[in-house]
Design a protein around this ligand. Structure first.
Ligand SMILES: *Cc1c(COP(=O)(O)O)cnc(C)c1O
Length: 401
């Protein structure tokens, strides 16, 4: 048997997973690569967020909304039958049990409260599969704001249920007909639209991407996942801290929020990307959507379209803080194929009675493969964030049964 990793060793991170470094940088990554009109709007968001985050009244209002509306705290579920089969001790942080069915609501409620504090009357958002759009429409309805959601025409065709939910909640869904007519184009279009609407609208970014302050602001709003899990692990595990902390990575918000709770411990952090959307594992330095990070590119530096069975992982890049964590060696980024993820989803359903989102199933597929291959030593404790529930994926999964 391999030697157990040292416990509770403090890892010097130079401010990472805390604030950003100067000028919104995470090492070589991050920044604010936007036109001057948006740079001013980003400065306003930055200032308002720092003030709000230091205000106990704002924090208390958010904690209350997360409790009474979103259903926090979410449980930590020991996956008993799965653990026995794998020879490790697997615990699931259940973001699938939040209102609207994924971790997206944590960030959106925070940004919606911030928008109200800033005197904005409307939220602008981009969405791929529609999960972030639905969360944004939900928060807008709850707080009496308007919502305009940009969505690629192809995604609108593929995600009819979420389009209906957004409209039911009173949001305007704007079809994007440029480029590949998917998430990357919807994000570009939302940013373009914000240029002319900064005075009365807040741009509600859905992951730890985009110009400063979004990557670290969104991580702070998702930190609740990691902090709750840290406390739950302290109560549940003999050692207090799991050996491994695992989460799927699209832009990287559920992983960033989870990692933030364990960055200062001995836990090994593992981010799992889709084979066809592996920004952290295989991307190159570039600038997209206002931020310098790792993106999938062709020989000419053009951004390559991502492909994944999980719409939420269908982004060609990764948030700047993940790129930095990778360089520091503090987190590892690995990939999983569509087939492995789909298989893991079915396996979790049948072993634990939980149908996971295909995004979350990527994280599980890595755990299964690593336990089988001996990379996870027998008896290891593993905390995995189950970022969402699988209802949205039924039509995809149906074909695989
Ligand atoms: C959007 C989404 C993801 C990917 O986004 P991150 O910012 O990487 O967390 C993962 N899981 C679910 C269920 C999602 O809806």
């Amino acid at each position: 048997m391999r030697e157990a990793p040292p416990r509770h060793r403090l890892v010097p991170l130079g401010g990472t997973m805390d604030g950003p470094l100067a000028r919104g940088r995470f090492g070589d990554y991050g920044g604010r690569y936007v036109p001057e009109s948006l740079a001013e709007a980003c400065r306003e968001v930055d200032e308002a967020f720092r003030e709000a985050w230091a205000d106990p009244g704002f924090r208390a209002a958010l904690v209350r909304l997360l409790a009474v509306h979103a259903g926090r705290p979410t449980p930590l579920t020991p996956a008993e039958r799965m653990s026995e089969a794998l020879g490790v001790r697997l615990y699931l942080k259940r973001e699938d049990l939040t209102h609207t069915g994924s971790h997206k609501i944590n960030n959106v409620l925070g940004q919606a409260l911030l928008a109200v504090r800033m005197g904005r009357r409307r939220l602008i958002a981009e969405t791929g599969a529609g999960q972030h759009g639905v969360a944004t429409a939900t928060a807008a309805a709850l707080l009496g704001l308007e919502a305009t959601v940009f969505m690629g025409e192809r995604d609108i065709e593929r995600q009819a249920l979420n389009v209906f939910r957004m409209r039911m909640l009173g949001a305007e869904v704007v079809p994007v007909t440029t480029g590949s007519r998917t998430l990357k184009d919807a994000t570009s279009e939302a940013m373009r639209h914000w240029v002319g609407a900064t005075a009365d609208s807040h741009y509600c970014v859905g992951s730890v991407i985009g110009p400063d302050p979004y990557p670290w602001m969104v991580r702070e709003f998702q930190r609740v996942i990691g902090e709750e899990a840290r406390g739950q692990c302290a109560a549940e595990l003999r050692t207090g801290v799991p050996d491994y902390v695992v989460a799927c990575v699209g832009g990287g918000s559920n992983a960033a929020g989870t990692f933030a709770g364990f960055a200062d411990t001995s836990a090994r952090l593992v981010g799992v990307e889709a084979e066809g959307g592996a920004g952290a594992a295989r991307g190159r330095l570039g600038v997209l959507h206002g931020c310098r990070s790792l993106f999938l590119q062709d020989g000419d530096g053009q951004i390559v379209q991502a492909h994944s069975i999980a719409a939420g992982l269908d982004y060609p890049g990764v948030g700047p803080e993940h790129a930095h964590l990778r360089d520091l060696g503090r987190a590892r980024y690995v990939t999983v194929t569509d087939e492995e993820a789909a298989e893991a989803a079915v396996r979790l359903a049948r072993a634990e009675g939980i149908v996971p989102a295909l995004e979350s199933a990527h994280a599980l597929a890595w755990v299964i493969g690593a336990a089988r291959g001996g990379e996870l030593p027998a008896g290891s404790t593993v905390l995995m964030t189950l970022s969402g529930r699988g209802d949205k994926d039924v039509s995809t999964l149906k074909e695989l049964l």
